[in-house]
Design a protein around this ligand. Structure first.
Ligand code: FES
Length: 470
């Protein structure tokens, strides 16, 4: 069957053509699984001929993007295989990959990919018999799952009514209290500049509309009166610190509770140095998103965090130097019920839901621009040789982009939800981010605000769970 025929066959919902055989792509490590497959051949083991192999130096080199590409280009199933833990020729490549695949697998399940299509196996160079067995099992499993559903996005906007989100959010602050916070913030910023604790203060200035603000860089004490505070302070100012440091030795940044995670993340990943920063945490009234409190605020206390150098509240300004390791992001979250609801749906419905969501993507990359932790000098989606992510706004590049963006932030995203807020197509990126954060937390512990802590997905433990690996 030609590729065009395969695609046509897949677009007929539920119809499995007669004599249909699954296409399976196997990503294998050169040193063990490829040699294992070779051994299966030289020892004349018989196994199904549905698998096409791609050889990599190590499972650590295999990006989830390669799995996505395989699906996008017509594979019905993917097998990833490498050396057993402890046997990796690059010592820990497969151990780090194991965590990455664990989280990627849960994401694929969440967006509606039947896990009968995605398999992982450890196969050594001496295990020709195991390779033959694994390929037979994987082929049977993919055969059961049937042809991969089409990447084409269905008609319509939402398709599924998610449960309404509830939560009270941070303590409400009337205009009088906000005025008090504003005055204290201006005083704190002025003192920071006068005493030369920082050369610039990044904060919010008033925008052109009544409840809007925009980021401002204040370098003179007289300008501190421009600093604003209220429910219109939406941007995550952590995204502006890097460029401010190009001109100033030390930067002060005004931060809401949700922004502090990004600042910690940037320190943790070596993008900022703690001694270059002065963090001014401010008591937050929650930010407005359209007519109501933003989703991210529904479960947040709005309290400033121990990582702050200065804390601004209604009462005044205080120095803070408590232990940041005690910190962690707030859980549970108002969105958890929506995630649980989506997870209760059959794979096909989830797939349709997310294909509708991704189908709306305009590829404006506003999500990337707003994210403080998207700092690569050239994003994978801008690379053309090879072009990993098709850039036109039709499918399947849209799905690949939105999935890989989430994968790159897994274990790093600190839930500021700027990506979802700025998305002009209202794609529920926040649900995907939240789902991945929950999964990372369930598997490897909390994503905290401690800048000294290693990100979960660049770390490993020998005893990490691998119950899904054959
Ligand atoms: Fe085989 Fe790393 S070399 S998994």
């Amino acid at each position: 069957m030609t590729e065009a025929n395969v695609t046509a066959a897949k677009s007929e919902a539920g119809a499995v053509p007669e004599n249909w055989k699954p296409h399976i792509v196997a990503l294998v490590c050169n040193w063990c699984s490829y040699a294992g497959a070779d051994m299966a051949g030289t020892t004349r083991r018989e196994y199904p001929a549905n698998v096409r192999m791609m050889r990599f130096p190590c499972t650590g080199r295999m990006s989830p993007l390669m799995i996505l590409r395989a699906f996008e280009q017509g594979a019905d199933g993917v097998l990833v295989s490498g050396c057993h833990p402890g046997d990796c020729h690059y010592v820990q490549g497969n151990l780090v990959a194991r965590r990455r695949f664990t989280i990627f697998r849960s994401l694929m399940d969440f967006i509606g990919v039947d896990l009968k299509r995605l398999h992982f196996a450890w196969v050594s160079a001496a295990e020709g018999h195991k390779w033959a067995k694994v390929v037979s099992e994987v082929t049977t499993s993919v055969q059961e799952a049937g042809p991969l559903p089409s990447f084409e996005h269905p008609e319509g906007w939402g398709g599924i009514d998610l449960p309404e989100m509830t939560g009270s959010g941070p303590q409400e602050l009337d205009e009088q209290r906000l005025d008090a916070i504003r005055a204290n913030l201006r005083k704190a910023a002025s003192e920071v500049l006068t005493t030369e604790r920082a050369g610039v203060v990044i904060g919010y200035g008033s925008g052109s509309l009544p409840d809007q603000t925009h980021p401002v860089l204040i370098t003179k004490t007289a300008e501190c009166e421009k600093l604003e505070w209220g429910q219109g302070c939406r941007n995550n100012l952590g995204a502006y610190v890097g460029s401010a440091l190009e001109k100033h030795e030390r930067v002060a940044v005004v931060a809401k509770t949700c922004d502090l995670g990004a600042i910690s993340g940037l320190i943790r990943e070596g993008q900022l140095r703690r001694d270059q920063l002065l963090v001014i945490g401010v008591q937050c009234p929650g930010v407005r998103d359209g007519s109501g409190l933003a989703t991210k605020c529904l479960s947040c206390s709005g309290d400033p965090h121990p990582i702050c150098d200065l804390v601004v509240t209604v009462e005044g300004v205080q120095e803070s130097c408590e232990d940041p390791s005690a910190a962690a992001l707030d859980t549970p979250d108002a969105r958890d019920e929506q995630i649980a609801y989506l997870e209760s749906l059959p794979h096909e419905e989830r797939w349709q839901y997310w294909q509708r969501q991704f189908g709306r993507c305009l590829r404006c990359y506003a999500c990337r621009a707003a994210c403080p932790l998207c700092y690569c000098s050239t994003c994978i989606t801008d690379k053309h040789r090879p072009q990993w992510v098709p850039t036109s706004i039709d499918h399947p590049g849209n799905s690949t982009w939105n999935i890989i963006r989430a994968v790159h932030l897994a274990g790093r995203c600190t839930g500021c939800d700027e990506c979802a807020r700025v998305c002009p197509a209202d794609i529920r990126l926040d649900l995907i981010n939240r789902k991945l954060s929950l999964e990372v937390e369930r598997q490897y512990g909390k994503i905290g605000l401690d800048p000294e802590e290693k990100s979960a997905l660049v770390d490993f433990r020998m005893e990490d769970s691998e119950e899904f690996i054959l």
